[in-house]
Write a protein that binds this ligand. Structure first.
Ligand SMILES: [Zn+2]
Length: 195
């Protein structure tokens, strides 16, 4: 079977909630949970032969599905705090060390705590940046001020739900990406990088 991307699932209010695989998407269709497909792409799957009609069943799955899923609290104004992983963090920062500005591969990057944890800094999105090994070693347990007043190249921030979904999936197709970008926060640097 050719490549089928993950499907972007929306709740009934149109908020993106998760990536689902095509099996889960088929289940949503067969359980009548899909209101409509919003993307421009779709994927056709063939099932078994219907005993009555003798026809092979077929199901077409859209790339973005508006579903009867319940609206999550964060969509009503409560803050969504995504799980902090290195993969999402490095992607947030474009795999660029926010101290020296060089770009590295995942394996050559570290999670740096701006205020070191040994100094009371927390392990959350606003206190972490992508850093190369060299910068992280040189910084050690110093704050940027103590490290010669080093300036960060970008302000660290917690991704919103759409940004986080974007960071989670490396094989987003064009219509899904276009949909998510409309939900990015104004200060997000992610959209800039795509242009
Ligand atoms: Zn560096």
């Amino acid at each position: 079977m050719k490549f089928v991307p993950l499907i972007l699932k929306l709740d009934i209010a149109g908020n993106p909630t998760s990536w689902i695989n095509y099996e889960e998407a088929i289940r949503l269709y067969t359980n009548d949970r899909v209101i409509t497909a919003l993307g421009t792409e779709s994927f056709v799957f063939r099932g078994g032969i219907n005993a009555v009609t003798q026809r092979r069943s077929m199901i077409e799955i859209g790339s973005i599905l508006l579903t009867r899923g319940r609206v999550r609290a964060y969509a009503c104004g409560n803050k969504f705090i995504p799980h902090l992983t290195n993969r999402a963090l490095f992607r947030r920062d474009g795999h660029v060390c926010l101290y020296c500005g060089e770009q590295f591969r995942h394996a050559n990057l570290t999670r740096d705590h701006i205020i070191p944890m040994s100094r009371g800094g927390t392990d959350n999105w606003e206190n972490v940046v992508t850093a190369c090994f060299r910068c992280n070693n040189q910084k050690g347990s110093k704050t940027p001020e103590e490290w010669g007043g080093r300036k960060l190249l970008a302000i660290p921030y917690a991704p919103n739900k759409a940004e986080y979904l974007f960071l989670q999936n490396r094989r987003i197709i064009a219509d899904q990406q276009a949909f998510l970008i409309t939900r990015f926060s104004k200060h997000s640097l992610l959209a800039d990088r795509l242009n």
